[in-house]
Write a protein that binds this ligand. Sequence first.
Ligand code: F6R
Length: 601
Amino acid sequence: MCGIVGYTGNRDATPILLSGLARLEYRGYDSSGIALIDKGQLMVRKRQGKVDELRSSLEKSGANGFIGLGHTRWATHGAPSELNAHPHVDNAGRIALIHNGIVENHYEIREFLLGQGYHFNTDTDTEVLAQLVGHYFHDHLAEALQKAVSLVEGAYSIAVVAPEDPSTIVATRDRAPLVIGVGQGEYFVASDVAAFIEYTNKVIHLDDREIAVLTPEGVQTFTPDQRLLHKKIQTIDWDLEKIEKGGFDHFMLKEIYEQPQALENAMLGRINSECDKINEIDGVLPYLKNASRVYITACGTSWHAALIGEYILEQIARVPVEVEYASEFRYRDPIIDKKTVVVAISQSGETADTLAAIRLAKERGATVVGIVNVVGSSIARASDQVIHINAGPEIGVASTKAFTSQVMVLALLARALGLHNRALDARQAGNLAQAIEAIPEMVRAVLATAGQIKEIARDFLYLGRGLNFPVALEGALKLKELSYIHAEGYPAAEMKHGPIALIDKDMPVVCIAPRDNTYDKILSNIQEVKSRGGQIIALTSEGDNEINRLADHIIHVPETVPALYPILAAIPLQLLAYHIAVAKGLDVDQPRNLAKCVTVE
Ligand code: F6R
């Protein structure tokens, strides 16, 4: 994972790099570091811990320069420590380098460099890269980087500076994110636009293995064989306000409360035609209609959305769908032909496992449809067709508004596909459209009434049936990642085949029990929990009193069609996990060991 940022221009680089790192902390936060060039001298500072540690250390030492690199780390090779933090410097002290990704053949390259007389101070794969670039650096930094990466196997984004070329940053990427910010007389490079959006919204997206050379005079981009490229400068419509906390205590809470707007954005122009964005959905319909097989692949929360997508697409559009963990997909030799459609869901658009699944699908001739949030991300660009969820930046490590927006887009897709292949008639499609349009207002109502339940226990069980089973999985995941409380999501009826043994008076059981065709059955499952002393937190439809006699806490959620219920049910579960984590005094936006964007396989 890790976040990288670089600046070259005519301002003091230190505060720019520090604010960039703070915005990239969601990508990793076990250590951070900075390299500056000042009057031809290279200065490197690193600290274990969060970016604030680095900030305090820099305030004391007063390091400055007009060019520099910054890095916030999520350890892969080598423990989180000051020594292993980036930037790494070569033996001769001629270059400093930051890296996000993994050098898979680092051992082999290390052996080669040891044979050339180099020595190593760390076990990291990044130090190997630094020595390798140093080895090839004679007087042309871009050439040295290009030679070095030609030997590297793995995924990476890399930026390098050298005091001998004191205003130049050279950067490249392969299957890890890197974007260039184009300012006036100043240029940025970063893992994510959030790092420099304060200064510019003009960006250039580098493609795999392309090389960028940034100086205060401009940016040049090259193909891997060093031919000059003319890349388009794009304008992005995120602004600073969108990535600040806006009065909320945490990004996560802000993002939970942004859901009505995010859902409106996700559906904008996608029900009543006329808007360009509908084409994103229209464009994929012929592929799905004629597909020999449809897979949906994703990781984590996006995988939960995929499970809901399976139900929705099958129920509404009558198209059979298989859901796969992206990390498992390619290891089971999936059956793929030219008429297969692989739908890849990802908030960040950078998840390495999802990208690897896409690559396999494309190699075998499938059509890939990306459902992504981040415009211009690797998954968006690797897909043949893209549907953006338009949720806006999601900074909190735990995914919230992206999840509900993904479900919304899947519902819109199912409706459009149902109409296209005549599984739905105009009246049914009209009714579904009405239900979809009512959702943002219902979400507002859920947000206004969802109590602040702060049940703190050692273990939690989440039960749901049908479409709400993935919601149970998502509720359990939110609790685990934020509160470090063990939680399991289970299909309610499966409980009696094992997990029922866990139930006692100390076990809160969250039951997702809307008044749908599974209601009577789930009521019996709740009864089974109650008889064994478990505490019941029930999510049910408004106006339902039957569950009152069983539940210890009731959260009412407005009634909607089954396909859309997961959107409404997810919100109290997000809030439950949030409030428990806050009550435990934990870091909600950056839970331990996690990173927002998982760019390693
Ligand atoms: C959980 C969470 C992760 C991500 C997963 C996939 O709250 O955020 O489980 O859902 O890492 O990330 P994307 O959607 O960016 O591919």
